[in-house]
Design a protein around this ligand. Structure first.
Ligand SMILES: Nc1ccn([C@@H]2O[C@H](COP(=O)(O)O)[C@@H](O)[C@H]2O)c(=O)n1
Ligand SMILES: C[C@@]1(CO)OP(=O)(O)OP(=O)(O)OC[C@H]1O
Length: 157
């Protein structure tokens, strides 16, 4: 059994979509990035890559590569899971936290979990997603960006 941890941050700006956990969330601002900037899926990708000692998301999908411009991060997650499986591991469970003052994420959490479970190929019960504010403190509290953290366990096939 091996553990992995991931952390990501994306800036909130006008004129971008706010896609978190594969859900396009209605909000006045969106997340800036080379890809669709899905901060939650990026943290999960990094947790899985970390658990398998496969580096990080930027190593596999460089933000200088036009192939990843605007890409749906669910495609990146599925690719990462294939790399982890190819190295002989299966994913046991995921636990993640999105750190955002706004938008309110509670209505979308179940759909996020469904997307993650489907893309990884594990049961819904093996995926947990939480949301928290930082009580108006720091860059997340000022609404300048959204952060996400994730941990995972993987096991030998
Ligand atoms: N963007 C967010 C942040 C939080 N929530 C939910 O609100 C609860 C209370 O948040 P605190 O930061 O005050 O602990 C939290 O447990 C989440 O369920 C949310 O939906 N969206
Ligand atoms: C996902 C990638 C894809 O090019 O681009 P970004 O959307 O900028 O996201 P980041 O979390 O900075 O990770 C880097 C890249 O791998």
């Amino acid at each position: 059994m091996r553990i992995g941890h991931g952390f990501d941050v994306h800036q909130l700006v006008e004129g971008r979509r706010c896609i978190i956990g594969g859900v396009d969330i209605p909000y006045e601002k969106g997340l800036k990035g080379h890809s669709d900037a899905d901060v939650l899926l990026h943290a999960i990708c990094d947790a899985l890559l970390g658990a398998a000692a496969l580096g990080d998301i930027g190593k596999h999908f460089p933000d200088t590569d036009e192939r990843y411009k605007g890409i749906d991060s669910r495609q990146l997650l599925k690719h990462v899971v294939a790399l982890v499986n190819d190295k002989g591991y299966v994913v046991v469970n995921i636990d993640a936290t999105v750190i955002a003052e706004a938008p309110k994420l509670a209505p979308y959490i179940t759909t996020m979990r469904e997307h993650i479970a489907e893309d990884i190929g594990i049961a819904l019960d093996a995926v947990n997603v939480k949301a928290t504010t930082t009580e108006k403190l720091g860059f997340t509290g000022r609404g300048e960006g959204i952060a996400a953290e994730a941990v995972c366990l993987i096991n030998q096939q």
